[in-house]
Design a protein. Sequence first.
Length: 173
Amino acid sequence: MTFRALYENKLLGKLKPYEKLLFNAYIDFLQDYYKTNINVEISFRKPNTKKFFGWIDLIGLQNKKYKIIVEHTLTGVLGKIGHEFTHINQFLKGDLNYSEDEKFIIWKKKEFMTVKEYAKINDFNTYSKIPWEKEAYKMQDKLPPLFFKSKYYKDLKGKDTTLDYLMDNDSIL
């Protein structure tokens, strides 16, 4: 099932034609996997030294603006997109949100921690054990292999010679 006819995603940043094909197919796959049909905007940024490799605009989610920001390198970017899309799905299911005053992060309808506490987390071990992050990291590893076996990936064959080369040589990770 594809939602491309009804929903148009935005891919922002310097992307090559084959990357646009790949990322749009992956978004279609994620929409189908999570059984959702939303407009998604992904902003690709140059990698830098910040501790975060990707994030979502959680406050924007409340206004139905589903925006993912990821550092762009072809290696690993599908996992990063899947990780952040998992957070969007958590929000859509009602599992992840902010309190009305935006002081608390809500997980499964309960105040889990303050936004200030969350912002102070600076070690990966603690961060990766937060329930919504734990789930997203699990999906980060699970979703790309599922995508590579899907019709969304297989249907890309023959659409771009560079993409064909990458697919034939298992160069998309």
